[in-house]
Design a protein around this ligand. Sequence first.
Ligand code: RB5
Length: 140
Amino acid sequence: MKIAIGCDHGGISLKGEIVPLLQELGHVVDDKGCFATESVDYPDFAKAVCAQVQNGSCERGILICGTGVGMSMVANRFEGIRAALCNELFTARMSREHNDANVLCMGARVVGPGLAVEIVREWVSTEFAGGRHQRRIDMF
Ligand code: RB5
C-alpha cells in the first residue's frame, strides 16, 4: 500500500530506519519530511501526512516525533483521521484490529529502533476486524 510518513527533528533518525523497512515490505512511501536535523514544528508534518490520507493519495500515514504525543494530538484534529500513539506492540495491533487506525504515531525518544520496527511491522500487517468495532467508529 501507499504510506505517507512524516517526522520532526526528534523523529528524523527513526524515520530513516522506518522508510527502508516499509520499502522492503513492498510498500510505496511518500516521505513528507523533515529531511534535516534542525528544529522544526511537528504540526507542519502532521498536517502534510494527514492531508495525503484524507485525500486518498495514501491509505495510511506514520508520524514520528520525540514522544509521539504532539503528532497524535494534531493528527486527530483532522476529519477521517484515526491516529493511534503506539509505543508498544499490543496497542499497535489493537489500534488496527479494533480502531482501524489509519495513522500510526510513535515517539523516537520513547522507543528504540528495534521495537519501532516491530511496531511498524505489526501495524501495517494487521487487518481491521470490523463488525461491532465499525459500529463504534461510526459513532464518532
Ligand atoms: C520536540 O522537541 C518535541 O517537543 C517533539 O518532538 C514532540 O515530542 C512533541 O510532542
